[in-house]
Design a protein around this ligand. Sequence first.
Ligand SMILES: Nc1nc2c(ncn2[C@@H]2O[C@H](COP(=O)(O)OP(=O)(O)OP(=O)(O)O)[C@@H](O)[C@H]2O)c(=O)[nH]1
Ligand SMILES: [Mg+2]
Length: 794
Amino acid sequence: MHKITRHRVINRILYCRTSFLFRRGIHSDAANIRNIALMAHIDSGKTTLTESILHASEYVASPGSVDTGSTTTDFLPAERERGITIQSASIPVHWKHWTFNLIDTPGHADFGMEVESASRVVDGAIVLLDGVEGVEAQTKGVWSQLNRHKVPTRMLFVNKLDRAGASLRESLLSVLSNQLHPRPVLLSLPVASFDKDAYQSGQPGIEGIVDLVKWQAFKWESSDGGGENAVKQDQPENMLLNDHPLLPALKQARTELIDLLSIHSPQLMDDFLSLDAPDPYSALPATQILPHLRDLTARKEILPVFCGSALQHIGTKTLMDYVGELLASPVDIGEESPTTTKPGAVSILAWKVGWDRQKGWMTFVRVYGGTLTRSTMLYNTATQQKERVSKLLLCYASEQKEVDSLPFGSVGVILGLKHTRTGDTLVSVNNNNHSVGSSVRSISAPPATISASIVSQSQSDIQVVHNALNSLTRTDPSVRWTEEDGQTLVHGLGALHLEIVEGRLRDEFGAHFSLGRRRVNYKETFPAIGEVSDSLNWDKDILGKPARATIEILVRRLEAGEQGDPAFGGNLVLDATGKHLPTSSSESSKLPIEVATIIQGLHGPLSASPFSSLPMTSICVVIKDFSLAPGSPPAALASASSLLLRQILKNAGAGDILEPFINVKVDVPENVMGKVVKDLSENGGEVQDMLTDSRSLSSIAVGDQAVAPFSTDGLYIPPAWVTPSAMTSTAEEGISSRQKRSVHALAPLSKMLDYQSRLRAVSGGQATFEMSSAGYMEVNSARKLEILQELGRA
Ligand SMILES: Nc1nc2c(ncn2[C@@H]2O[C@H](COP(=O)(O)OP(=O)(O)OP(=O)(O)O)[C@@H](O)[C@H]2O)c(=O)[nH]1
Ligand SMILES: [Mg+2]
């Protein structure tokens, strides 16, 4: 493992974690800022691409590598040890006239909270695909997160095209088969070899790319390329000589690109038709194409697709050019403020809170309205507390810089805030009428799936552990802790998450404790008995005052395709017209007080089933009617809704039990595959596929209902031979199939907590695996009994 001292770690935290606007002076021009995130399935190359981007922008003289634990953004010891990203890191990049605030996010589903908060503050995302794997389980996970947070602009980067087996065609088809976007549009194509003979012999790898918009080919002279000198650039006709087979394919790709864009942009069609050139498809200049590309990207009509190899720095600079050209700036998004603030008032979102032993609490913010200065007195709309700024920071590598202000659109750090948590909105006190609970946007933590008890080493450690837990939950809201039957329980998103939490509590917060057995969190849902409606009259005194209210609600299970609200335990509340009502306390405070109090009343019965005491999920409550007698306190409605829902749940009888499932992919040699499959089946796993070529995964939707693919009509899908290394692997399939297989299965998380050691034993250490969350699923009656027995309820 790469050794790194605590002192260096702290310095790295201070110098690198923070986001920065510029290198040589403030970029006050928000139109040039791009707040973007890199998101993808685990191991797709996000951190490697970040390092390549930093290298291209001359931020780092020589790029680090995740494989030797020397990257800029994965700097925690736990990250370097494991070679994975755990915390998202924001880093400023200066490129041409733009400043990118780049957030490298983790791909592992256990750190979904990091992706969640990053999705909240970015205006654009680069989603990576591993060119060998295509769209994977977590690709779809991050894609729906981006949808949920309405991230306005996105692009795709098909990475690892240097790997044997990488296929641009299959990757693009996987975008359609998984319904990510109906119109992925290739703006660059890879050149496996500029040498015609090598190309025809199926030379694997990638030597360069062609920018189809600018009609330029780039050739990397050496594989460790990246530097300007190593790249040769010219028109494709001058670089691909002697009837190179790729040239006609490139021309076809460009022709189809212009045709497709023209169909969606009448102006471009006019420009194109009025071109007086023998070959208008090659003559159309990039300057005429770019505004339309930008517009179509913003309107989500198209999904721009780029390709390359982050490891070899191939395609990185082209990608950076298009990040600047196509992704939205804060100006495109406009100012966002809670409705109650005056125009021009400061409004900021705390998207991440970090703890540093020397600096104390570091609050990472994005400015959504106005300009934040050091003297701005802030008001936290969620905690309803005033906060005083002590310092504003912008950092760039080892240059740490204190500044007087953070302008609109920027991302920076505030020191000195005492109560602010991830997801809170802060506004300037002067311009605010203290709008309680109003927020720019809310960030909600995904549901916890796994828990463990924490046993303090001595009586005096108990308080230290509790303080450490409070601090940790402020930095990572997906960690929760509770006291149950005199036991302290910590809840997290998965086994790896808990492992990291354990380490952080010890190393960062100095707590002494031991962790008990891990167990997964079960949930209960409404029984399958259809809809139940009922009403209730409340006529009792509240705090000595007469209180009268009536309420009528309907309760049912969520229907297929209906999404529960993660902030409300995966349940949903609708009004009488079927409109989705916001349920998080900060959002629901925008509702009329009566409705907000009814929702508050629903919390209690949903948090514990009357039968199993488990939290209830996937339940839809429709508020059909209500009334409050004049002079009665709104609390009467909360009491009425709570009592009524409890009655309905009780009368409906015990519901079905749900438990967290995971998608697991095991790469295993064929000789031990049988044992691996048997073990999975014995442990409640359902094997879904055993593939010889993991790319074929693109056509199946793991853990989901199969969906009809988007049509390829009108799209340019490159032929398979454009990435000859994929052809090579097909040719060798006979051999490889005897060697390696990918087993895809769906399994209950509870049976997979010790999978690492179990798989090692079963496969003799010959297999590797990766997991991603598949969410909560209903269990069969045998398993239900087992769970109820485990809980002492049967
Ligand atoms: N051949 C090849 N390998 C690559 C490329 N990009 C990344 N890798 C390798 O893929 C592995 C994962 O790379 P990372 O950059 O850590 O991937 P990540 O997406 O940041 O992973 P998480 O943060 O853990 O989700 C490492 O071994 C990299 O060296 C590439 O373009 N080609
Ligand atoms: Mg990473």
